[in-house]
Design a protein around this ligand. Structure first.
Ligand SMILES: Cc1ncc(COP(=O)(O)O)c(C=O)c1O
Length: 405
């Protein structure tokens, strides 16, 4: 039996508007002044964990933050103290608040600054390869070498050895390994990260970690954020995904790299002067939502078992807040979902702290009605075959219209 987490006493909880749906995880997170329509949208939306609405705590933090201080002059107290807090949490020398996960990844990769022609190796399904509008080509003039993990789930040392390019006049040698944790909701185990990082050191290669959802990986694996951080040169973490902040990511690294990142951030117009309010909301997201992730993962797992029992094919093991699955006929399911008042994306179900019990019941009903039977649980080899198809391969096809955020 899953235990319901109690996060606030009834007395301290803000009152919900009478028509707002009950949030499944932490009822206090729906602000009392929020329109029922906005709450309902977030609580019935399974497309991503980016669809949430700011919580009462985040709005209070925004209201209370000192808004003065220009961050381009390093004078925003709220931003400086947020960056110092996050640097301490990850045990990295320096941190920089940036607009988005894409900006965080791209500034990190650019600021690692290898010389000469070079390439960056990454998972073929990685965000930096498949979903960042060729930011690497545009900003770093580097070649991306995508590799698909042999185990179909996460990269290992062997995958990296297979894909790495060492020095040869004909090549763009690998100078950066870019990893992602979590990727499609699955965890890159710390043991694999350590092995890859050792190989990188032996060859003078830098390691970047896209940790947009490292929060989820850390909670699920019980490996601390700083332990992950110890083995990489730069990390980018998002506050606007699983933590539900209205804005922002942070990149971490040594002083020199982060100094360069600040420079490049300015060059691309990312120096937000009055960023203090946004930093305060991101801090509130960490303080209030991070402790709820375990609960989100438990509910995701319980839902995935239900879905597998209906015979849907799960494409990856369910380890955090995502269920990757194949719908026999997504158009049919989407139609039913719309009728039921829930939002679904093709190929994945993403859970977050504002999903309501009502939405989960509706989703179960839709999936039960549309079930065809057949598969049980994680689909092994056929799932791996499907995972080999990245969005890049499938642009223009029906599958290519799948949206990932
Ligand atoms: C793993 C990962 N990295 C980076 C990003 C980019 O984040 P943003 O949409 O804030 O640019 C995303 C977006 O969902 C992501 O899933």
């Amino acid at each position: 039996m899953l235990q319901r987490r109690t996060v606030a006493s009834a007395a301290t909880r803000p009152k919900l508007p009478p028509t707002a749906p009950r949030a499944y995880f932490c009822p206090r997170q729906l602000p009392s002044n929020q329109s029922p329509a906005a709450s309902a949208m977030a609580s019935h939306d399974f497309r991503s964990d980016t669809v949430t609405t700011p919580t009462a705590e985040m709005l209070a933090a925004l209201a209370q933050a000192l808004s003065h201080g220009d961050d381009v002059y390093h004078e925003s107290h709220a931003t400086n103290s947020f960056q110092a807090f996050i640097a301490d949490l990850f045990q990295k020398p320096a941190a920089l608040f940036v607009a988005s996960g894409t900006m965080g990844n791209q500034l990190s990769l650019k600021s690692l600054e290898p010389r000469g022609p070079y390439s960056i190796i990454c998972d073929k399904r990685a965000h930096v390869y498949a979903w960042e509008a060729n930011g690497v080509g545009l900003l770093s003039s580097a070649m991306l070498t995508p590799v698909f993990p042999e185990n179909g789930i996460h990269l290992t040392l062997e995958d990296i050895k297979r894909g790495i390019v060492l020095e040869d006049i004909h090549t763009a040698p690998t100078k950066i390994i870019s990893l992602e944790n979590t990727l499609n909701g699955t965890i890159l185990p710390i043991e694999d990260l350590i092995e890859i990082s050792k190989l990188a050191k032996d060859h003078g290669i830098k390691v970047h970690l896209d940790g947009a959802r490292l929060w989820n990986a850390s909670v699920a694996s019980k490996v601390s954020l700083s332990e992950y951080a110890k083995h990489v040169d730069t990390i980018s973490v998002c506050f606007s995904k699983g933590l539900g902040a209205p804005y922002g990511s942070v990149i971490l690294g040594d002083e020199e790299t982060i100094k360069m990142a600040r420079w490049y951030r300015k060059a691309i117009g990312g120096g937000v002067r009055q960023s203090g309010l946004l930093a305060a909301a991101a801090r509130a997201a960490y303080d209030n939502i991070f402790p709820t992730l375990q609960r989100t993962h438990e509910i995701t797992l319980a839902l995935s078992n239900y879905i597998a029992d209906l015979g849907y094919e799960l494409l990856l093991p369910v380890q955090t807040n995502m269920i990757l699955l194949r719908y026999p006929d997504f158009n049919e399911i989407d139609k039913e979902a719309k009728k039921a008042g829930i939002k679904l994306g093709n190929g994945r179900i993403v859970m977050h702290h504002q999903i309501s019990e009502d939405a989960i019941d509706k989703l179960k009903n839709v999936l039960r009605r549309c079930a065809r039977g057949g598969h049980k649980g994680f689909g092994g080899n056929s799932a791996i075959e499907i995972q080999r198809t990245s969005r890049i391969d499938s642009v223009g096809s029906g599958y290519g219209s799948l949206k990932r955020q």
